[in-house]
Write a protein of this length. Structure first.
Length: 273
């Protein structure tokens, strides 16, 4: 229970890795701000978290709206008086080979995977810097805070049909490594987890049960084709996709006090792929 009473923000907490991460942190006694665009899914996550004796604030909205990330950080600080852990997890996959990639598709992937974490962390910095400086003045050192950004092996290795997604996830790595250098003075560790094949709705095969997402005037299905999904499974040395609980475990490792001297690193969680 070394994280008891810490305050964490988890974006994309409505389902999948985000929900599992919120549950893992709650189990450790972390008070949570959970955020998602899907109000019904977020309410279901909040229901799951009621079994833990922690405080939970639910915030809904589209994080690609320019002013929302700043409002989310403000709501965190107003509700809890501070923020110790940020998990930038919100995202989705919109696939297509380069010759089929539209400008809207490219921009959508950059917006959610690169611009949203940038805006959240930029807003966080406005609270972090004066707070950390005051802690240093008073105690000689700032409290250790944690940022874990969610990337992908598509961002570290590239992936056919994922040019926009891969570019956005690669940008997360640049953001992570740069902020690790800038925020070390404030005792903030900034790391990322690059996921491989994790079994979520984003990696299910196309079926009627997979919802569509609308971006601008375009609709598309979230997820991979059955062919892509099966090909991915064959590349994993452990012989299977990871679970969302295993993915949450990788994120959790980088929030623990035992990781206080680890920063600027990319932890690959891919079953060896």
């Amino acid at each position: 229970m070394s994280l008891r009473s810490k305050i964490a923000l988890v974006t994309g907490a409505g389902q999948g890795i985000g929900r599992a991460t919120a549950q893992r942190l709650a189990r450790a006694g972390v008070n949570l701000v959970i955020q998602d665009i899907d109000e019904a899914a977020l309410a279901e996550t909040a229901r799951h978290l009621k079994t833990f004796e922690v405080d939970v604030l639910s915030l809904t909205g589209d994080l690609t709206e320019p002013d929302l990330p700043e409002q989310v950080i403000k709501d965190c600080v107003d509700a809890f008086g501070g923020l110790d852990i940020i998990i930038n997890n919100a995202g989705y996959i919109w696939n297509g080979a380069m010759h089929n990639h539209s400008e809207a598709q490219w921009q959508a992937m950059l917006d959610i995977h690169a611009t949203v974490p940038f805006r959240i962390l930029k807003a966080f910095s406005e609270w972090l810097r004066p707070t950390a400086k005051a802690e240093i003045q008073s105690n000689g050192v700032a409290c250790c805070r944690k940022v874990v950004n969610v990337s992908s092996v598509s961002g570290t290795q590239g992936s056919a049909t994922q040019v926009g997604y891969a570019a956005g996830k690669a940008a997360v790595i640049g953001l992570t490594k740069t902020l690790a250098k800038e925020w070390g003075r404030y005792n903030v560790t900034v790391n990322a987890v690059a996921f491989g094949h994790i079994e979520t709705r984003l990696t299910q095969g196309y079926s009627d049960s997979i919802p569509e997402i609308t971006v601008g005037d375009q609709q598309f299905r979230v997820g991979l084709s059955f062919q892509q999904r099966n090909a991915l499974a064959q590349t994993v040395p452990l012989g299977r996709a990871g679970t969302v609980d295993e993915a949450a475990g990788a994120i959790y490792l980088l929030t623990l006090p035992e990781s206080d001297y680890i920063t600027g690193e990319i932890l690959t969680c891919s079953g060896g792929a």
